[in-house]
Design a protein around this ligand. Structure first.
Ligand code: ADP
Ligand code: NA
Length: 354
C-alpha cells in the first residue's frame, strides 16, 4: 500500500481509562505495529484544545505530561526513519504555533451556520465560548497542516473529520483548483469497542462520570482492579451468568472486556484469529461461570493486560531517566512534526495572496 501520514490527537485529561485504551490508545499502537516504510505517524497531546475547558494552568501542564507519558507507556514509541523507514513522533499541540495561522486562514472560509450544527458545540450547555465554537477549525488546521492522509478517531469525531475534508475541498477549489494544496484526509474509525461504565452500564465508561468506581484507570493496581470489578453493577435477577447486552448489560460488558483482553493478547503474540469466533468462544467459556468467578477472571485478564503500562508509566513519571525520556520524546516529536508544516504553510500563504 502507499505510505500514509497518520495524525491523531488526544486531550490531556489525566490518566486514561480502559475505554480510552480500547477506543484510542491500543488502536494507535496497532497502527505503529502495522506501519510500513515511509509511513509517518504523529500523535499529539492537544493542549490548545484543552484550553476550551479553562483548566487551572498547573493542572493543564501536569495532565499534558501525563498524556505524553501514557502514549509512551502504552507502547507508542518514537521512531526515526533510520530504524525501519517509519517515522513516529509524539508532541504537544502548542509546540507548533504555525497551525494557528492556518486556522485563521481556514476560519475565513468557515460559515458560522456550519459550525453551529456541530454536535459537540450543541451539547455544551455551559457558557459558550468562541474557542469551543471554533474547535473544529483548529482541529482541521491540525490535520491539514501535517498533510494527514489518515486520521484515526472515535465515531463521535466523524462529524469533525467531515468538516475538515470539506474545508480542504473549499480551500483547494477557491485558491488552487488545478493543484490541490490541502489534502482531504480519510477517517479511520476504530472497530467499535464501547466499554460501558462499571456502575451504570447504560452509559459508556467516561472520565466525566463522578464515580471513581465507574472506570478502570490504566494505572490502577491489580487490587484496585479486583475491587472495582467486584463491585461492578450486574443484575442478580438470575443467579448465573448469561450474555444479554440488552437485559443484562453489566454482565455483557464484563464478557466484552474479557473478549477484548484476549484479542489484545492474541495480537501481541502475532497470532491470527477471527473476532466473531473469539467472541463466541469467550461467551461459551464465561457463561457457565458463577458471577463471582467470572469477575475474578475478568479482573485478572485486565490486570495482566495493564501490567506493562503501569510499570512503564511509573518509570516515566517517577525516575529521572524516565523524565528525561519524556522530554526527549516531546522535543524530537515536535521537531519531526514541524518539518513539513513550514512548506505547507508557505504554499497556503502564497495561494491566498500573502
Ligand atoms: P471521555 O469519554 O472519558 O471524556 P474522551 O471523549 O476524551 O473520553 O475520548 C478520548 C478517546 O477515547 C476517544 O477516541 C474516544 O472515542 C475514546 N473513548 C472514550 N471513552 C470510551 C469508551 N467508554 N469506550 C471506547 N472508547 C472510548
Ligand atoms: Na468526552
Amino acid at each position: 500500500r502507499p505510505p500514509r501520514v497518520v495524525f491523531s490527537g488526544i486531550q490531556p485529561t489525566g490518566i486514561p481509562h480502559l475505554g480510552n485504551y480500547l477506543g484510542a490508545l491500543a488502536p494507535w499502537r496497532q497502527i505503529q505495529r502495522d506501519a510500513v516504510p515511509d509511513d509517518v505517524l504523529l500523535f499529539s497531546i492537544v493542549d490548545m484544545h484543552a484550553l476550551t475547558t479553562r483548566p487551572e494552568p498547573e493542572k493543564l501542564r501536569k495532565r499534558s505530561w501525563r498524556g505524553l507519558a501514557s502514549l509512551l507507556a502504552v507502547g507508542i514509541t518514537p521512531e526515526t526513519r533510520m530504524e525501519r523507514g517509519v517515522q513516529v513522533g509524539v508532541f504537544f499541540q502548542n509546540q507548533l504555533p504555525r497551525r494557528m495561522e492556518l486556522m485563521w486562514i481556514l476560519s475565513c472560509l468557515t460559515s458560522m451556520g456550519n459550525l453551529s450544527r456541530m454536535t459537540q458545540w450543541k451539547s455544551a450547555r455551559a457558557a459558550q465560548k468562541l474557542g469551543l465554537f471554533s474547535y473544529p477549525v483548529l482541529q482541521a488546521a491540525d490535520i491539514l497542516i501535517h498533510g494527514a492522509t489518515h486520521v484515526p478517531v472515535g465515531e463521535d469525531q466523524a462529524q469533525h473529520l467531515e468538516f475538515a475534508r470539506d474545508l480542504a475541498d473549499t480551500f483547494n477549489h477557491l485558491y488552487s483548483p488545478t493543484k490541490p494544496i490541502l489534502l482531504p484526509p480519510q477517517t479511520l474509525i476504530s472497530p467499535a469497542k464501547r466499554v460501558r461504565s462499571l456502575t451504570d452500564p447504560a452509559r459508556k465508561m467516561s472520565k466525566s462520570d463522578p464515580s471513581d468506581w465507574s472506570r478502570i484507570l490504566l494505572t490502577d493496581s491489580p487490587e484496585v482492579i479486583q475491587e472495582k470489578i467486584r463491585y461492578a453493577t450486574t443484575d442478580s435477577i438470575q443467579g448465573g451468568t448469561s450474555y444479554d447486552p440488552v437485559h443484562r448489560p453489566g454482565i455483557a460488558n464484563l464478557i466484552d472486556i474479557l473478549t477484548w483482553m484476549y484479542e489484545l493478547k492474541l495480537r501481541r503474540e502475532g497470532r491470527n484469529y477471527d473476532f466473531a469466533e473469539l467472541k463466541a468462544d469467550t461467551i461459551k467459556f464465561a457463561v457457565p461461570m458463577r458471577l463471582k468467578l467470572l469477575k475474578g477472571v475478568v479482573a485478572q485478564a485486565v490486570s495482566d493486560e495493564l501490567m506493562p503500562f503501569r510499570v512503564k508509566y511509573e518509570w516515566l513519571t517517577k525516575s529521572p531517566d524516565g523524565r528525561r525520556e519524556l522530554q526527549e520524546a516531546r522535543w524530537a516529536g515536535g521537531k519531526m512534526a514541524t518539518l513539513g508544516t513550514a512548506l505547507k504553510l508557505s504554499e497556503v500563504r502564497e495561494a491566498v495572496g500573502l
